[in-house]
Design a protein around this ligand. Structure first.
Ligand SMILES: Nc1ncnc2c1ncn2[C@@H]1O[C@H](COP(=O)(O)OP(=O)(O)OP(=O)(O)O)[C@@H](O)[C@H]1O
Ligand SMILES: [Mg+2]
Length: 282
């Protein structure tokens, strides 16, 4: 569905995005993970045809993006980083207006609003919507024409846990319906849960690309942390999971039944991001 080869781009004379290569298959969720200013939104803008003077090849649905015409937007749905609406119109009026721009509008607006939890507020002016309500409405706006590919730029940012859960379930429903999805996020839990594969992006470069599971397994060293009583005091200790068989103290404590607590701690995607790139996600 998406094939990017040796993509490079600069806003001014300085090279910014370079050597970007990846592909996204049908039904796949692909994540861009990286700190602020890394180039995630820039890459999304290249993919959706807003920045056409890139170098290399960026093919979506078998066609080079720089040559795509307006009908490209019938096939892709975009949830921009910053919501944009007619503030004086209601949510329902906005969605009706945006639907009218497409040839295909097979989705029922009320049922989308119901799913995202905005049906009760559909006749309120968007000007009166909270930040989270606008984000949810912006997400639904990307779905109205039932596009094959979705570009979601930080869709869950700023949402409360329950609305974030609802949106993530809707994203997974789209995947199950065969849509390909590119999602940008700072949130490594969301990335690990939603994405089939992720690309770590720093300073316009892809520093790693794999499934969340493989990234964690390739790089991460799990730790066993345990505690025991010594002279009435709880003592804490840890050792790498791979070394647990060789940790004489741990073996002895287990054999003597003297372990107080024991658990393993696997690194998460954020730890791996730090290890691979030397940078945090924020
Ligand atoms: N229109 C523009 N003209 C010049 N520079 C720009 C433009 N848009 C973005 N940039 C620069 O490109 C870099 C990457 O911006 P981008 O918006 O792609 O980052 P991001 O990874 O999406 O960050 P965030 O997580 O904060 O959204 C930043 O240094 C930004 O200042
Ligand atoms: Mg961005």
């Amino acid at each position: 569905m998406i094939l990017v080869k040796d993509c490079a781009f600069s806003y001014d004379k300085k090279p910014f995005i370079s050597d970007v290569n990846f592909e996204v298959k049908k039904g796949e969720i692909f994540g861009f993970l990286g700190p602020s200013g890394a180039g995630k939104s820039t890459l999304q803008k290249i993919l959706i045809g807003l920045l056409k003077n890139y170098k290399g090849s960026v093919q979506v649905l078998g066609k080079e993006v720089r040559g795509q015409k307006d009908d490209y937007y019938e096939h892709i749905g975009i949830d921009f980083e910053f919501p944009s609406f007619y503030e004086k119109l209601s949510a329902a009026e906005n969605l009706k207006f945006f639907s009218s721009l497409y040839k295909n509008t097979p989705r029922n607006i009320d049922s989308l609003l119901e799913q995202i939890g905005l049906l009760r507020d559909k006749d309120k002016k968007v000007a009166s919507y909270s930040k989270g309500m606008k984000s949810r409405l912006n997400f639904v706006k990307a779905l109205i024409h039932n596009p094959e590919i979705l570009f979601l730029d930080e869709p869950t940012s700023g949402l409360d846990p329950s609305n974030s859960r609802i949106m993530k379930n809707m994203i997974l429903e789209e995947k199950n319906a065969g849509k390909s999805i590119i999602i940008t996020t700072h949130n490594m839990q969301d990335a690990a849960e939603l994405c089939d594969r992720v690309a770590f992006i720093v300073d316009g470069h892809v520093k790693a690309l794999d499934t969340p599971h493989n990234l964690i397994m390739k790089k991460g060293a799990g730790i066993i942390s345990y505690s025991y009583l010594e002279n009435g005091k709880e003592i804490k200790a840890e050792c790498p999971v791979t070394e647990s068989g060789k940790d004489a103290k741990l073996q002895k404590l287990i054999a003597e039944g003297k372990i107080l607590t024991i658990h393993s701690m696997e690194p998460d995607l954020g730890d791996i991001f730090m290890e691979v790139t030397g940078r945090g996600l924020n």
